[in-house]
Design a protein around this ligand. Structure first.
Ligand code: MG
Length: 399
């Protein structure tokens, strides 16, 4: 069934793959590499309604964003690989089966293993296009899909990730600027031997700030016992959670670690499906969940993960991947669900970009971001920026 409205029959007109390279204001360094520009794969879909509009067919387009980085260093997906898989397998399959509904994407691609971030981009594009027919916002639709009973916030608390820096002084300077802008949460990247000083300094200077740390699996080599010894040193600094200390597939190791340290464990890379979220919570591998729609396979799967966490009392927050205004707007819509209890990677477009391709997403004076209420994603493509930053455009129509 389409989301367009009662009786509405939507038809897939075509799909476009768009690769963009959007310059970042400042290089952003993480364990996955240093980004100086955001190379992203976008998906555009066009749907047509033959019956709904008086006087003839009406078309709407929708946009999705693949969260994959330019390199396979966060997970196995990367932009050019995603482009190849989309071109060779996904676009032909969705066109052949005339998939005109976001809910049909996962079943239609069930045979294609992995590539969650890419599948999510197609689902997101169809959600955006479908919801534009009914005038419903993505936030409103996701809330209607959730067991939380249509409840959603109108603003979400903003948080920011601080990249790896060459010195603690540089890091403190960045945190100072973010706090002055209104951000109420910072997430610091940590690795063995580099966890204490920065965290202690930030905590001492900003006692009220929500501080999280992300290890991106950096403690895997020593195993849970060694990780516990090092991470226990964070206990006195009121850290909201330590994210992904061990390897992505090490659920039991994380469960052992959680027994040994009082800082709550959060998982990111490990959680590749709602079933993985259930597994992690069942074995005690984490008590905090980073809900990242692309990694989970889509925004509909992210709502299921949110509901699993709500049912078990796990704290959640919405993770980001340095998305453009498209993915950023969708993340804000998701983060409006009621069980997002901690501020997520929800920052303004200006955190990363001088010129975004959609939006912009802006930070309010109270340190929140307003949830878009317009149809679909609720942000529009900034066409001059898109023309400037698009390096590949491949359109395929059904006919
Ligand atoms: Mg992470």
């Amino acid at each position: 069934m389409s989301l367009g409205g009662p009786g509405q029959q939507l038809e897939l007109v075509g799909l476009e793959l768009v690769k963009v390279i959007v310059p970042l204001r400042h290089p952003w360094k993480s364990a996955a590499g240093t980004l100086s520009e955001r190379e992203s794969l976008l998906v555009r879909t066009v749907l047509r309604d033959h019956d709904g509009a008086p006087g003839g067919a009406e078309e709407n387009e929708g946009w999705g964003e693949c969260a994959a980085l330019p390199w396979p260093t966060y997970n196995s997906e990367y932009t050019d690989g995603a482009l190849a898989v989309a071109r060779q397998y996904i676009v032909p399959a969705l066109l052949a089966h005339a998939v005109a509904s976001a809910r049909s994407v996962a079943p239609a691609l069930d045979w294609l293993k992995g590539h969650n971030m890419l599948k999510s981009a197609f689902q997101m594009a169809l959600l955006d296009a479908e919801l534009r027919f009914s005038g419903q916002s993505l936030a409103s639709y996701l809330a209607s899909c959730s067991s939380s009973g249509h409840r959603r916030a109108s603003t979400v608390r903003a948080g920011v990730v601080v990249g790896l820096t060459s010195s603690v002084g540089e890091l403190l300077g960045q945190v100072e600027n973010f706090v002055a802008e209104g951000y109420g949460r910072v997430k610091l990247k940590i690795s063995p031997g580099r966890e204490l000083e920065a965290v202690a300094e930030v905590r001492n200077r900003w006692p009220q700030l929500v501080v999280m740390v992300d290890a991106n699996g950096a403690y895997a080599a020593g195993g849970p016992a060694s990780a516990a010894e090092q991470l226990a040193q964070l206990e006195e600094y009121d850290v909201a959670c330590v994210e992904q200390p061990l390897a992505a597939d090490d659920f039991l190791g994380h469960a052992q670690l959680a027994q040994r340290v009082r800082v709550p464990i959060c998982l990111d890379e490990s959680l590749t499906s709602p079933a993985a979220v259930t597994l992690a919570l069942s074995v005690g591998a984490c008590s905090v969940v980073n809900i990242k729609a692309g990694r989970l396979g889509g925004y509909l799967e992210a709502v299921r993960a949110h509901d699993i966490c709500a049912a078990t009392g796990a704290a959640t927050w919405c993770g980001g991947m340095v998305e453009t205004g498209l993915g950023r707007a969708a993340n804000v819509a998701l983060a409006a669900l009621p069980n997002f209890s901690l501020p997520g990677d929800i920052s303004a477009s200006s955190r990363f970009f001088e010129q975004d391709i959609a939006g912009p997403v802006e930070l309010g004076a109270d340190g929140t971001v307003t949830v878009p209420t317009g149809p679909g994603l609720g942000v529009e493509i900034l066409s001059r920026a898109m023309e400037r930053f698009a390096t590949v455009r491949l359109w395929q129509s059904r006919s």
